[in-house]
Ligand binder design. Structure first.
Ligand SMILES: [Mn+2]
Length: 413
């Protein structure tokens, strides 16, 4: 991504703010595990990253919109020779400026942060926006939540607001640069899966299949967007099964749901393979149903259509198809075999925030029908990543590793 991308994002956000307000975004902290610190992977807050392109922990972005115009400030930890000796390079003001497009004179050190924020509030700013991303009561407090409490105490006349919905709206529509990242992540994911099919064998653990896939991704210099799911046989009816600790058996299917991540943009792809290299007739029959559902759902992903229509297309089709497959006799039983939605937005988060209820050009979404037959030990999910365009949806993954003939040929051993 170029610095212009982040500069544009800040400008679009500032345009939507009321006058006399400021936005404070914090990048987050790496996890601390019991007795170790600075040794665990840091995952940057995605709203902060979308506005800065910086993936260093403990950085504050301050956007102020006053009647004198807009100002942008960044506050980073001051580089320290002692810390560098242990942990490696630290973010410099020059590098932060280069990445974010914020001029270097506006990149300051952390010791100035509270004073700058307080100054704006003393001069009469009426609202302060934070990105509140809390999903549950039990998640740990974030620095943003803590600082919001401080402001509420010291400047009770200021209104605390949540900027997350405004950023979600921007993030719902991808630029061509963002789409290129997702496409590249998908290409590496597919190549890594081909590698897995060439090397993994029945009788190996699910984690060994996953390792063959992950090895190729790591060698390509990419990370993983989320924990690799490799679920064989009946394990595949658990949607987010990631224990991957069972032995794979000839005759079973293996459902994989995974995605390489490129420039923080994750692919999200699911495939279902026969562990022994050949589908049984029954597996082919059920696989064919999911395959057809995928095309029906995808075809709904056109501008102006309500987003719920794609899932409805799957459910309507299953009402007939699952009867033919002798799974149901009553329409309402479809949900016993299909119990998730067909689509979510994809981007910096694997489940990206999205504010749209109708498809719009530039959205990137998954298309992932599934069919889970616990009594037969079969779980099938097929998932591609789709770009909504002005016309027909553009499938960023396409037919690769979807056709039974291609899969069986690749796995012939
Ligand atoms: Mn998905």
């Amino acid at each position: 991504m170029t610095a212009e991308f982040y500069t544009d994002n800040r400008k679009k956000l500032l345009d939507q703010l009321d006058e006399d307000s400021m936005v404070l975004l914090h990048s987050g902290f790496a996890p601390v595990k019991s007795n170790d610190q600075d040794m665990h992977p840091f995952s940057v807050n995605r709203n902060f990253y979308y506005m800065t392109g910086i993936d260093t922990q403990n950085v504050w972005l301050l956007l102020a919109k006053t009647r004198n115009g807009a100002r942008v400030w960044l506050f980073i930890d001051e580089p320290d020779e002692e810390i560098i000796k242990w942990n490696g390079k630290m973010l410099t003001r020059e590098r932060a400026s280069e990445r974010s497009g914020i001029k270097s004179g506006s990149v300051l050190y952390m010791q100035d942060f509270e004073r700058y924020a307080a100054n704006y509030l003393s001069y009469g700013l009426t609202s302060v926006y934070f990105s509140f991303d809390r999903l549950s009561m039990t998640a740990a407090s974030t620095r943003a939540e803590e600082f919001a409490r401080t402001i509420r105490e010291k400047f009770p006349m200021a209104q605390i607001k949540n900027v997350a919905p405004l950023i979600a709206s921007l993030r719902s529509i991808k630029t061509p640069e963002e789409v290129a990242c997702i496409r590249r992540a998908g290409d590496v994911t597919i190549e890594a899966l081909r590698q897995m099919l060439r090397t993994a064998r029945p009788g190996e653990y699910e984690y060994q299949w996953a390792a063959d896939y992950e090895h190729y991704v790591a060698r390509s210099g990419l990370r993983h967007g989320f924990e690799t799911i490799a679920a064989s046989g009946g394990n595949a009816v658990m949607l987010h099964y990631a224990d991957n600790d069972c032995v794979t058996k000839d005759g079973d299917l293996l459902l994989v749901d995974l995605g390489a991540e490129y420039g923080y943009y994750s692919a999200d792809i699911s495939r279902t393979f026969p562990v022994g290299g050949k589908f049984t007739d029954r597996q082919k029959e059920l696989y064919g149903i999911v395959r057809e559902a995928m095309e029906l759902a995808k075809d709904k992903m056109r501008p102006g259509n309500p987003t719920k229509e794609s899932n409805q297309a799957v459910v309507d089709f299953y009402k007939k198809a699952l009867r033919t497959a002798k799974l149901i006799t009553d329409d309402s039983d479809v949900r016993k075999y299909y119990y998730h939605g067909v689509s979510h937005s994809l981007g910096l988060d694997t489940h990206d925030p999205c504010s749209r209820t109708e498809y719009e050009p530039g959205m990137v979404i998954t298309c992932e029908p599934g069919l889970y037959v616990a009594e037969e030990g079969i779980g099938i999910r097929l998932e591609n990543d789709i770009l909504v365009t002005d016309g027909a949806p553009e499938d960023l993954v396409g037919n690769r590793l979807l056709e039974i003939a291609e899969i069986e040929e690749l796995m012939a051993r």
